[in-house]
Design a binder for this molecule. Structure first.
Ligand SMILES: [Zn+2]
Length: 340
């Protein structure tokens, strides 16, 4: 099969044998697989990513310098089953799945040097973790299940009372997923700040009430931030200095949700947060329930994800796409199509 490997930031298209499903595993075709901010981080800062993942003991991140086939935001088609499986889903059916393979030890799909991720024509999934895609929902939309579940989880974690003003810093895929999830609940005005005009336009199109270009307007001076009963700020950028900047800008008693993933050492000045009695929350991923709900909402059209897909590429174009996504851009979700 064809695949793209990543080794210390170098992406290479290769030919390798098809994977063989073991006990409890399903062989699937990867039909559509999103490029995640974490994939870009892994390619651009492999050293930091691996070292931080190893220290954190995280099963979901990259812990090897060997070549890996990235891709954990996939929609796939069932092809065949390994031994000891119930063959619960018919071949030809589209599925999404939690990106882990339940081996001993567990293999993270998309960050493993032993099994392929979604930037390959074939992959292996654990049968117990696959979720069938409802009929009528196409693979490209379903591929957004994982990133949308991240937004849903962040919103659930914020435990909103519907009275707060929301400020989202960064309208990349994560920020846009949060807006989409917020639109399902009754919430106060949604203010979004991003340097990219394309992303601001997208944020507005999917329901942001106020969009701000931080290069000419200070988002923290937005009057709506001072009108409501509380302020919740979602940090969706994940670069050093962001949290301290939010401390400086946030109004008193604001709740800060850290969704952006910063790999480097960062500094904050606690005194600023102490003075304002800010609260700071960190979160990771989603629950299986949120994952399934995300897929259902996409299929039902409650999560309008089509506008978030701003590009598609074959395996041949993965390396150049990573390059173009590495610098500031107007893209939201770009999908890799291994069979195109
Ligand atoms: Zn991701």
């Amino acid at each position: 099969m064809q695949a793209v490997t990543m080794e210390r930031g170098v992406l290479t298209k290769i030919e390798q044998p098809d994977p063989v499903p073991q006990r409890g595993e399903v062989l699937v075709k990867s039909i559509s697989c999103g490029i995640c901010g974490s994939d870009l981080h892994a390619a651009r800062h492999t050293e930091d990513f691996v070292n931080t993942s190893r220290e954190a003991g995280g099963a979901f991140k990259l812990t090897t310098f060997n070549p890996v086939i990235l891709g954990h935001e996939f929609c796939a088609e069932v092809v065949d089953y390994g031994p000891n499986t119930e063959r619960s889903v018919a071949p030809g059916q589209l599925v999404c799945a939690a990106p882990v393979l339940l081996r001993e030890p567990m293999e993270p799909v998309g960050y493993s040097d032993k099994i392929p991720g979604g930037f390959a024509q074939y992959m292996l999934l654990s049968e117990s973790l696959i979720v069938p895609v409802p009929s009528g929902c196409n693979a490209d939309l379903a591929a957004l299940t994982e990133p949308m579940a991240v937004g849903l989880h962040a919103v659930n974690k914020a435990q909103l009372s519907a009275k707060e003003t929301i400020l989202i810093i960064g309208a990349g895929p994560v920020g846009l997923a949060i807006i989409t999830a917020l639109k399902q609940i009754n919430t106060g005005p949604i203010i979004v700040s991003d340097f990219s005009p394309g992303r601001r336009k997208l944020a507005e199109a999917i329901g942001a009430d106020i969009v701000i270009d931080p290069s000419d307007t200070d988002p923290y001076q937005e009057p709506a931030l001072r009108k409501r009963e509380g302020v919740v700020i979602f940090e969706c950028v994940g670069i050093p200095g962001m949290i301290d900047q939010i401390f400086l800008g946030a109004p008193k008693n604001a709740k800060i949700m850290i969704v952006g993933v910063c790999l480097q050492q960062d500094y904050i000045r606690p005194l600023i947060a102490i003075n304002k009695e800010l609260s700071l929350h960190f979160m990771l991923g989603w629950s299986m329930e949120e994952f399934t709900q995300s897929l259902r909402y996409i299929a039902e059209g409650k999560f309008n994800v089509a506008p978030l897909i701003t590009g598609r590429t074959s395996l041949d174009g993965v390396a150049s796409t990573f390059e173009s996504l590495a610098t500031p851009n107007d893209q939201a979700k770009v999908l890799v199509k291994p069979w195109d």
